[in-house]
Write a protein that binds this ligand. Structure first.
Ligand code: GTP
Ligand code: SPV
Ligand code: MN
Length: 647
């Protein structure tokens, strides 16, 4: 006989609960009708958090509430639940590894549906030239935000469990860290957030009754659904929206369960809201990896690098240097929060706790440290599966047993390359704990952050852009960041390989007007007593006339890092060109390079290309940034044009 309990809510409504069907039976008196707290204790949350949770629970009307503690047993429970729901399958070849396949309509960040909602449009995006559509972020007026919100969120979690995830971006308690509370109805998101951020009750203790970033996420498919979700992956692509309300420190994401759309600590918090906090508080929130490199003399330096999505941050952050005697250690592979300390030294932390890395292209040859990181406790999404219970994607052809059969990410059995479509989605990813990476830096969780010696920008530039060049000074370096361009990748919904502007690799992640962002970067150049890092630009992706990469890349990139570090030490190994300093003849260490390279071709600066590049940048700045472009950046562009003309 089920036990029935008759309860009275705060508003006097009577309701009946079947206690035995609950996991941890507990009824709350919050006025949220029929809501059962199945895990955790709502009454023990501090007032601000409790108010937020109750407020959103009333709105979204989930059946159950689960307050996450981040424990191992909680994780086991969630994995089991997803297994039962058919949302994940085990990859039996490894320990505690899982494969999720999404609805094929939900596979990447949706930049066109991602908005910042601020009172004034100019807070969010530069005012473009007349008649030009802005591409530096999407603005939503508070009224339209309200309409979009009302259309979607009421009742959106009916029949589901709302999970409450307290998480810290950055080491718990570090002065550089920030705390968020994510509410979500996706157990997959809980499992990934637990890998990507520091989740648990300690976070709530540290938070006390302070402000936090409010992160509301729903897959946008209340139960019962009319049809069975594809791949048991509920989502609502027709109504997807990812909205940020900086005034309230709030993020509201509806309809997508994947990646940056749903793991709200990552792009939404650490970059979009983060960049706003950074501007306000005088620091920088950037789409950058952080690595430490030690030379054969034992001298260590830390560098940070901004490359657009799927352009090699994870690879560089974890590289095995081919240069003998060098060691690279990883602090972070995607996001960097940095701040000048009292002595004027720039210090960086990785606000994340895991890697959400691009799977295709990752192999023992290209990134052994990533491969070693994903042998256990890893959630794979949209990769292919082998008949012996392993993972597969493009790039692993030589690393899986020859006799295994492959099932593609779309569930096609006996997949072969002849199918003509990739086995894994190009934006398929692994999600694993950072501490599993064999080369994590001893200081990767240092609450003070690591000292930064150099800032590197880069992108996929098949033509014209040399392997490495150095900015003349801070202001020129900021211009180089602003002028960054790169081939589109599968990390977002873009089609084809067009060269897109992607300033600072932040185009999809600016939380505020890019013109103001540039002013913020420039402001450090005018401050006294700052030990400004040198700024560089790299390009691993230049191609020859046969469409082949001219540079072997990966571990060989250590040669470029070595040159950069020697420049930081002030070595006389650079020669001036129109675009910046490039290595003097013979100064780049190319001894025992795996494949011969044509250095002349790698560093060639075709005048017509650079004339055209200047025109492109000019057009972009004048159309997209228009009157918000700082004078200093126009001056830098004019100077570049002048120098190129004289080439
Ligand atoms: P997000 O996680 O989307 O921000 O991307 P990321 O910048 O971390 O990209 P990642 O390191 O995962 O790189 C993705 C792709 O770049 C893979 O297909 C790699 O094989 C390729 N790649 C990385 N480094 C190199 C390199 O040095 N040379 C070449 N040719 N390809 C590279
Ligand atoms: C990126 O696209 O830059 C990523 C992956 O790092 S996502 O979390 O989906 O944004
Ligand atoms: Mn990224």
């Amino acid at each position: 006989m089920p036990k029935l309990l008759i309860c009275v809510s705060r508003y006097g409504n009577l309701f009946v609960k079947n206690v035995q069907c609950l996991h941890h039976s507990q009824l709350i008196s919050s006025g949220v009708r029929n809501l059962s707290v199945v895990h955790g204790d709502l009454s023990r949350l501090n007032e601000r958090v409790r108010n937020y949770v109750e407020d959103k629970a009333k709105l979204c009307q989930p059946d159950n509430l689960h307050i996450c503690d981040g424990s191992e047993s909680e994780n086991d429970y969630l994995l089991n639940l997803m297994l039962k729901q058919g949302m994940i399958t085990p990859l039996k070849k490894y320990e505690n590894c899982w494969l999720a396949r999404t609805d094929p309509a939900d596979v990447a960040r949706v930049e066109s549906l991602t908005f910042m909602s601020t009172p004034n449009k100019s807070d969010t995006v530069p005012t473009t030239k007349d008649g030009i559509k802005g591409t530096l972020g999407n603005w939503l007026s508070p009224d339209d935000m309200e309409i979009a919100f009302r259309e979607r969120f009421p009742g959106c979690m009916k029949g589901r469990t709302m999970y409450v995830i307290p998480f810290s971006m950055g080491p718990i308690g570090s002065p550089l860290s920030k705390i968020g509370i994510q509410l979500t109805d996706s157990p997959y998101v809980v499992a990934c957030m637990r890998i990507m951020t520091r989740v648990g009750s300690t976070v709530l203790k540290v938070l006390g009754n302070e402000e936090f970033v409010k992160c509301l996420h729903t897959v946008g498919q209340p139960l019962p659904t009319k049809t069975q979700p594809i791949n048991n992956w509920p989502c609502n692509p027709q109504k997807t929206i990812i909205a940020h309300i900086p005034e309230n420190n709030e993020i509201c994401s509806f309809g997508s369960g994947y990646g940056g759309n749903s793991l709200l600590g990552k792009k939404c918090f650490a970059l979009r809201i983060g960049s706003i906090l950074a501007k306000r508080e005088g620091w920088l929130a950037e789409h950058m990896l952080i690595l430490g490199i030690t030379n054969p003399k034992g001298v260590k330096k830390y560098v940070v690098a901004a490359f657009p999505s799927a352009c090699g941050k994870t690879n560089l952050a974890m590289m095995n240097p081919t240069l003998p005697g060098y060691k690279v250690e990883c602090v972070g592979d995607d996001i960097c929060w940095m701040r000048f300390d009292e002595s004027g030294q720039l210090r960086a932390i990785n606000p994340e706790y895991g890697f959400f890395g691009v799977a295709p292209g990752t192999s023992m040859k290209t990134n052994p440290n990533a491969m070693l990181s994903i042998q256990k406790n890893t959630m794979f999404t949209n990769v292919a599966e082998t008949s012996d219970g392993g993972f597969f994607w493009e790039g692993l052809e030589d690393e899986v047993p020859k006799d295994v059969k492959i099932t593609s990410w779309l569930g096609m059995e006996n997949w072969t390359p002849d199918v003509g479509k990739p086995s894994a989605h190009p934006n398929s990813r692994f999600c694993c704990p950072a501490k599993q990476c064999p080369i994590m830096d001893p200081a990767w969780e240092d609450p003070e952050g690591v000292p930064v010696s150099a800032i590197i920008f880069g992108g996929r530039r098949p033509k014209g852009v040399p392997l490495v060049y150095e900015a003349f000074n801070w202001r020129h370096g900021v211009f180089i960041g602003a002028a960054m361009r790169s081939e589109a990748t599968a990390a977002a919904e873009h089609k084809g390989k067009v060269i897109m502007h992607d300033p600072f690799a932040m185009r999809p992640f600016f939380g505020y007007n890019f013109g103001h962002y540039l002013k913020h970067w420039l402001s450090f150049g005018n401050k006294q007593n700052l030990n400004l890092p040198r700024i560089f630009h790299v390009n691993w992706f230049r191609k020859d006339e046969n469409n082949k990469f001219m540079w072997p890349g990966f571990g060989e990139n250590s040669r470029v890092l070595d040159w950069i570090c020697r420049r930081v030490d002030g070595e006389d190994i650079a020669q001036k060109t129109a675009i910046g300093y490039i290595p003097k003849e013979g100064s780049l260490n190319l001894s025992d390079l795996s494949t011969p390279v044509n250095t002349d071709a790698l560093f060639q600066l075709p005048k017509d290309f650079w004339m055209q590049e200047c025109k492109e940048i000019e057009k972009y700045f004048s159309e997209q940034v228009h009157k918000d472009l700082p004078e200093e950046i126009s001056i830098e562009l004019k100077s570049l044009e002048e120098r190129v003309k004289q080439m």
